[in-house]
Design a protein around this ligand. Sequence first.
Ligand code: NI
Ligand code: MN
Length: 226
Amino acid sequence: MKIIYLGHASLGIETNGKQIIVDPFISGNKLAKHINLEELKADYILLTHAHQDHVLDVETIAERNGATIICNAEISYYYDKKGFKTIGMNTGGKFETDGIKIKSTIAFHSSSFADGSYGGNPNGYVIESEGKRIYIAGDTALTYEMKLITETIGQLDLAVFPVGDHFTMGFEDVCFASDFVQCNKVLGYHFDTFPPIKIDHQKAKDFFTSKGKELILLEIGSDLRV
Ligand code: NI
Ligand code: MN
């Protein structure tokens, strides 16, 4: 699996010959000016919740690529009405497509569209493909529920957590979260985009190193493989 950091909480995932874009927020991100939205390929768009900093570019990408939007029930109704292809899940459910398994997990956050309409429960996802397993936490607080993930699904190869604090966990809580999911390899996202979530990269990485863990903070546009 190849994971490309597209800035903020946006990820590109290439696996099994398919492209998944997670929470596209690119045109509104000053730090992601070098990412060309028009060149992004997507078979699927995976959404954790309805906040604008997670769905801003959904329609542009879905229209251009004919992509299917995988999300919670309420977000799927919203995009269904606009004529997009959607698969609506809900917390705890799993779904398999093109050999890629996707399980919706618990996240503690809120979820509303920019116009204030209800966006259902926020979620994270575990994606399992090509013998690898990654957890994308979505916007969330630290929660004991994370302990269930590895217990019920199995060992993770990578955990993606928000590290910017203020709207989500900060990196100190993410250290606990990585214990809960028994995964010491963490990719941080949801940081630096806005003033309240600007973080000191070295301080965050050093904190992880002092606990025997690894915090990866990718440059926007770069990638890692699991
Ligand atoms: Ni949010
Ligand atoms: Mn957010």
